[in-house]
Design a protein around this ligand. Structure first.
Ligand SMILES: NCC(=O)N[C@@H](Cc1c[nH]cn1)C(=O)O
Ligand SMILES: [Zn+2]
Ligand SMILES: [Zn+2]
Length: 502
């Protein structure tokens, strides 16, 4: 491999040509990765998940990086059993003192997926239809992680100098809220000491136009458990004489929000940052086609009628979603059972300035109050399973300018500046703990269907996204050079001033 200082002027067109010429290889890599069902929420896939992280580490090693697999210890499941957490990857490529250091954060675990959930193709076999690459993890987040790796590979293959030092944090439990990752960051402060920028590419554009993301919502994920006894019962034999846990639970879940989406938990909106006039104007200028968004979402109507309301309720107001009920009969057919223990699962996407402990207290109090009114002898347990904070960046930070320029060079347009309603649990932690500048550069399309059936990334976004990262490295290098020149000239001015005073 060439040293990182190799002396060759890098032409963007050469990089782009190489990427275009190797796009089938890049698609093949995505096929290989998607074929591993690295579902982090189901313990039955744990071996595959660990294998996926190991494959990723191996791939990063082939770039010439030094790679560390950090043991993340044991995960305690709800029944009390423990299983191995997948390790996390910390890697480094290059440590030149005259270059900027960029740390890429991504994940290689995926949401659950089963063909019978309504997938048109096998979720773990990348299938290309009309320029779209369908498969679980294609856009969230295996495609973008690979695009970053391929961008680096392109410099190496062309024997060009990589314009920046690179670091990686890749994890395998993002989809379950990144448990243990905050402790990992706290224990590896030195890893971040020379990092200038942290880049995340784990969300999608808002429309057909490329975008840069400067904010995400957080997530407070709750389990509400109701238990009536130790075993399920025949509804004919026992229906009518027992307090059914499912009936209690449905009542509790229904008390959380109304049909207009308004959360009914007293006090929940108290800390939400007020909408200023300045912020309000931001939404007017965003290019957003509600009809197209509706088509992508495959619903008839949204809860709101204007573009501004829709954007605000996706990005800056909290929302409550009910995800499922563990222990409930959910199969085909007509089983006549009364379940004994059921666990309702719901989450609140929180926004600035809501605080997780306050949300937790309000939710528990509300559910306990509602339950008390039911006069039920059943056992109630409410627990906060994930508490991830919202994140907002400063769009005037220089890395945003570098990314804007890179986007213009690849796509010929100025990107939308957007926020995202979903959560990157570590985004805020990076910002608060490491004090480094964080940027999100999505490469997925608005219709990629993250977490949904038929998740995909288009071949075009995947390949153009690879070009975008390759181009971003060059823009960051220019930015770094400019900042260094400015800092040197300031240093000279200070020295001159000191000399003239003595
Ligand atoms: N693409 C980001 C993403 O999907 N993040 C997950 C993370 C999460 C939050 N709570 C549990 N997991 C998301 O659902 O937003
Ligand atoms: Zn993701
Ligand atoms: Zn996800």
């Amino acid at each position: 491999m060439l040293p990182l200082h190799a002396n060759a002027a890098t032409k963007l067109e050469d990089l782009f040509q190489h990427i275009d010429a190797h796009q089938d290889d890049f698609v093949q890599s995505l096929k290989d990765w998607v074929a591993v069902p690295s579902d982090s929420s189901d313990p039955r896939f744990r071996e595959q998940l660990i294998r996926m992280v190991q494959m990723t580490a191996e791939r990063i090693r082939t770039l010439g990086a030094t790679v560390q697999l950090v043991d993340m210890g044991l995960e305690t499941l709800h029944g009390g059993q423990t299983i191995q957490f997948p390790p996390a990857i910390l890697a480094q490529l290059g440590n030149s003192t005259d270059k900027a250091t960029v740390c890429f954060y991504g994940h290689v675990d995926v949401q659950p997926a089963k063909k019978e959930d309504g997938w048109k193709t096998d979720p773990y076999t990348i299938t290309e239809i009309n320029g779209n690459l369908y498969g679980r993890g294609a856009t969230d987040n295996k495609g973008p992680v690979l695009a970053w790796i391929h961008a680096i590979d392109t410099y190496i293959a062309l024997q060009k100098t990589i314009p920046v030092n690179l670091k990686f944090i890749i994890e395998g439990v993002e989809e379950t809220g990144s448990p243990g990752l905050e402790e990992l960051l706290k224990g590896h402060e030195e890893f971040f000491s020379d990092v200038d920028y942290i880049v995340i590419s784990d969300n999608v554009w808002l429309s057909r136009k490329p975008a840069l993301t400067y904010g995400t919502r957080g997530n407070a994920y709750f389990f509400v458990e109701v238990e009536s006894g130790k075993k399920d019962l025949h509804s004919g034999t026992f229906g009518g004489i027992i307090h059914e846990s499912m009936r209690d639970l449905v009542y509790l879940l229904a008390s959380l929000a109304d049909t207009a989406g308004h959360i009914l938990i007293p006090g929940i909106y108290d800390d939400v940052a007020p909408l200023t006039e300045e912020e309000s104007k931001l939404y007017e200028s965003i290019d957003f086609d509600m009809e197209e968004h509706k088509n992508n979402t495959e619903v008839n109507t949204f809860l709101y009628n204007t573009k501004e309301e829709i954007l605000q309720h996706m990005w800056r107001y909290p929302s409550l979603s009910i995800h499922g009920i563990e222990g409930a009969f959910a199969g085909v057919g007509t089983k006549t059972v009364i379940p004994s223990k059921v666990i309702g699962k719901f989450s609140i996407r929180q926004v600035p300035n809501m605080k997780i402990p306050v949300v937790e207290k309000l939710v528990k109090k509300h559910l306990e109050d509602v339950f008390a009114k039911l006069n039920s002898p059943n056992k109630l347990k409410v627990s906060l399973e994930i508490g991830a904070m919202p994140w907002v960046a400063n769009v005037d930070d220089p890395q945003y300018e570098a990314a804007r320029t890179a986007i213009r060079k690849v796509f010929g347009v100025t990107p939308d500046m957007i926020r995202d309603g979903s959560t990157i649990p570590l985004a805020r932690t990076f910002q608060d703990l490491t004090k480094k500048k964080v940027i999100m550069i999505p490469i997925g399309g608005a219709d990629d269907g993250e977490h949904s059936q038929n998740e995909k990334i288009s071949r075009s976004n995947y390949i153009q996204g690879t070009k975008l990262f390759a181009s971003f490295f060059l823009e960051l290098a220019k930015l770094h050079e400019d900042l260094q020149k400015k800092s040197n000239s300031n240093q000279v001015k200070i020295s001159q001033r000191i000399r003239s005073q003595t």
